[in-house]
Design a protein around this ligand. Sequence first.
Ligand code: HEC
Ligand code: HEC
Length: 328
Amino acid sequence: MKIILRILAVMVLLIAGLVVYVQLAWNKKFEAPYPDTKASTDSAVIARGKYLAYGPAHCGTCHVPMDKIMDVEGGELIPLSGGWTLDIPPGEMHAPNLTPDMETGIGKLTDADLARTMRYMVGSDGRCIFPFMPFAEMSDADLTAIVSYLRSQPAVKHEVKRTEMKFLGKALLTFGAIKPTGTKGTPPKSVVIDSTAEYGKYLANSVANCLGCHTNRDMKIGEFTGVSFAGGFALPPDPAMSDGNTYVSPNLTPDPETGHIYNWDEQTFINRFKAGRVYKGSAMAWGAFSRINDLELKAIYRYLKSLDPVKNKVPKIVYGPGEALPES
Ligand code: HEC
Ligand code: HEC
């Protein structure tokens, strides 16, 4: 009995020590280089930035108030004053105000601060930004276009709560299970905009996050566990769109049996995007993606068709509340 009590006492002490350690150590500051990005006032550059922000790069799907997300989905391009909130086990995430307001927005941040967050996932205060925004390999020209557009918006005063880590998030940060995932090489200065698979690859991987949802991953730390574009990732219901269902992403590789778009021709693919959202609760930013132009949709289609076929059966897409999800 005494021995058991002693072991218990030691365990309690160890756990208490761990909790204190995590509380003290989690809030690490990270270093990353500042890209040489300067906002431009050229109207063509700003137009490209706006197109990316409300289209393929879909900043407007998260950086607007929760009750406005469906308006942006529907085509109202309101200022990016922040507010989307996602409550997940690591923490309560809040997408900040990206309008140039001095107190509540990006007014005090430099162009290089903004570009650094997008390329290295390090916040302006040095914190690790969770992997919601896979823009690390975006070209210098597109980074500049987006920053230029952000600067050109009207300032909107809108206080957004700061992201708050829960114990799990703090522990993951303390022990390095989550750290900023920046560029793996040197992103291109600019990319030729045309209908080739090569440009489609850039869009699907480095701009529109098709890769991030159409690949299976571990929800706690965001790590990829499946083959790229083979689908099967069960997305937790997005509170802004939720209809209570869970949606599982289909396999986009050209496998004859399990590839979801194997039988789609280019025009079918384009028409599907132009039609927008079918399921109210799908996390896919159909509204934003319906604004991707035909040239870029062709490029994405050609890229997906050029992938190696991967056999991965996604039995179905929609799962009701409480329904067992497919094994991942
Ligand atoms: C899927 C949702 C989502 C999309 C899409 C998204 N963001 Fe974010 N963004 C977030 C969240 C959530 C945070 C806060 C993360 C945190 O605090 O750890 C964030 C943080 C930021 C920050 C951090 C500012 C700071 O505090 O230092 C910047 C800058 C930013 N986003 C820019 C963008 C831009 C530009 C786009 C589009 C090209 C974009 N985001 C697209 C969800 C998103
Ligand atoms: C936020 C997660 C997310 C992102 C980003 C995303 N998808 Fe999806 N996608 C899904 C989910 C979930 C479904 C199933 C529900 C639905 O059809 O809306 C889906 C469905 C699809 C479908 C089948 C639609 C149908 O009607 O049969 C296609 C095609 C598709 N996605 C292509 C893409 C492409 C291309 C991109 C990048 C431009 C992309 N997705 C980005 C989550 C995502």
